[in-house]
Design a protein around this ligand. Structure first.
Ligand code: 5GP
Length: 188
């Protein structure tokens, strides 16, 4: 997605350890006009999939997911990183956070992920695929089908994309970063 790539080159910042900071338009301050176009692009790329629900994980996946859900007129559910005391029937899995270097037990109500669901998972970044593999586990537990996974930015030098595509999942990334070596952003 050309507009996104230009924005990353203009406003993205590299941090040591292969981290790309995009907090002026995605992760902290957000650009809703760009986010809307991101939503439209995801919909184009998954137009052949029969999707009935958008799933994401808090927090940074929520903005793009809600754009997709809004345009497609579909419900959006986000996996929570803290178990609410009031949630009775839930599915849980453990996800390792790349940026925070810690494990989270994430959860989703089993009222909102069921065998009738054909989900599109949306997230901001694909790095090692830990969050996505957590979704794969939750979908397996619930009997939901994963129709696709869409990421705003994929870091191809980390292995998540390979892992998910080898599993046969339809993965789409709107910008693919080949390298952040020497704090230089190289986009495919
Ligand atoms: P993964 O689960 O694929 O290993 O990592 C993806 C998650 O970690 C994303 O949800 C995102 O929040 C975070 N993440 C991974 N790499 C980066 C990065 O380079 N920059 C930012 N801002 N977040 C990242």
């Amino acid at each position: 997605m050309e507009l996104l790539k230009q924005r990353i080159m203009q406003d993205g910042r590299c941090y040591p350890g292969g981290i790309l900071k995009v907090d002026s338009f995605i992760n902290h301050q957000m650009d809703p006009m760009l986010m809307y176009k991101i939503g439209e692009e995801f919909i184009k790329r998954f137009s052949n999939e029969n999707i009935n629900k958008i799933v994401t994980i808090e927090a940074s996946g929520i903005a793009p997911a809600i754009m997709v859900g809004y345009i497609m007129q579909l419900p959006v559910v986000f996996v929570k990183k803290k178990k609410p005391k009031t949630m009775e029937n839930m599915l849980t899995t453990v996800v390792h956070s790349f940026t925070k270097d810690r494990d989270y037990t994430v959860c989703i109500s089993n009222n909102f992920l069921t065998p009738d669901d054909r989900i599109l998972f949306i997230d901001d970044f694909l790095a090692f695929g830990n969050a996505a593999l957590g979704i794969v586990d939750l979908a397996k537990q619930s009997g939901a089908h994963i129709a696709g996974m869409g990421f705003i930015i994929e870091k191809a030098f980390q292995d998540g994309g390979n892992v998910l595509r080898k599993m046969g999942i339809h993965v789409e990334s709107l910008a693919i970063i080949d390298s952040l070596d020497d704090c230089k952003i190289t986009i495919r």
